[in-house]
Design a protein around this ligand. Sequence first.
Ligand code: G2I
Length: 510
Amino acid sequence: MSLVKRCRPRRTRGLPALLVGALALATTLAGGPATAAPQGTLHELAAAQGKYFGSATDNPELPDAAYAATLGSEFGQITPGNSMKWDTTEPVQGRFDFAKGDVVTDFAQQHGQTVRGHTLVWHSQLPGWVGSLPPAQVEAAMKNHITEEATHYRGKVAAWDVVNEPFNEDGTYRASPFHTAMGSDYVATALRTAHAADPDAKLYLNDYNIEGLGAKSDAMYALASKLVDEGVPLDGVGMQAHLAVQYGFPYEMRANMQRFADLGLDVAVTELDVRMQLPADATKAATQSAYYRQVTEACLAVERCVGITVWDYTDKYSWVPGTFPGQGSANLYDENLTPKPAYDAVRTALGGDDGGEGGDPGALKVQYRSSDSSAGDNQIKPGLQLVNTGATAASLPEVTIRYWFTSDNGASTYSTWCDWSPIGCNTVTHRVAAVSTPKAGADHYLEVGFGSGSLAPGATTGEIQLRLNKTDWSDFDESDDYSHNAGTSYADAPKVTVYAGGELVWGIEP
Ligand code: G2I
């Protein structure tokens, strides 16, 4: 990962002026001091915003002293990755073993951390005897399991993932011995049983691929609404957030969190990681950083989002390579326990400094598609759209975008065009500039700017259809251009860079 580190843009500290102004105003309005960003661990920074920042862990990892030191200091909450699951805690019916889970709660107690219990009822990591029970005996077995475990951890576990992963991708109920025996009522029965055993623990339903709006999160929303209406003891919904750079960011994550919050429920990000196809490179690392930052910003923007847990903090102990061969590098720290750019991105989003390593304070990103059917003709036709992913408005005249390309042979003078944009081409400025020290794939860039306007939080400019040619109309070879990509639908483009107040806020320069 040292390659990624070296390739990262170095930035001066602090937010661009246009964002700082808005933040200072917001802080003043909230009655707090408009002081510099705080120092501190991820959890301290989150705690200053009323949230926790935690990590999963697992028993075989704890003897690793360097690992345990960071787990104990940087994070304010831990979740046992395996040791509170049914196959560990009740491997034989009626014979309970909490030894491994107790090691985790003891660690938490020694380090002043809260614990998320994971998990009481799940179709996976279920000992064989449960699946072999006659359906008529499953309800009693489930109630007994929940009662024994939640009673054992009473006072030591702040929140329980009572039911884990109840849904299929299409929003239907997943098959399990519990669903077979009790139908969808098993969820309410599990929650009531857990509440009776530990009335103080926050009780959650937890699932993956429910971070954005969609069929599966609609199913969770319908279930949560019904349970709330019926007075079933449900306190929150956990969004696992096992993301991947190649699958895009969950659609409208913040709005999705907010609709659960509007039911009167807490929301937690319970298992965050962002995997990628290996080998990692600077582009994937930049997208990963952006995703970690966007999850953090979504949680900060939703009052009922109580905190974020990463599904272990280091690539050294990630579940990803074992489950998705060829994928990895999903965590905030690399396998040598060195923080990655994603760590800086989270810190910065939480309002901290960036550890002196640069960082990504920008709340702007650019998406790009090629509208060019030929990469070898005499025009380059990038479509760009600027998106404000932050919580404050961005002043467009402060913003510029650079699309990097090579001139190939021919004239060194250019004509540039804005063909269409919903914001109006008359507010869009464009020119070509030469790179003083040409780089591979980049001896010129198209610079796009804005004469007026501002971009509200969550807003996009919509597409800006751009075109450029050399004044002698000689051909380009775009295939080696740094920013070029043959994709014809809009996607996050870290190789197209964005500047606010002259500072790089998105992407990686060539
Ligand atoms: O799969 C990622 C997570 C998805 N959401 C629910 C989580 O509970 C789940 O966690 C993972 C653990 O991180 C893995 O460590 O759950 C996996 C099982 O579904 C865990 O993997 C298992 C291995 O598959 C077993 O071979 C191994 O014996 O971990 C076990 C204990 O190390």
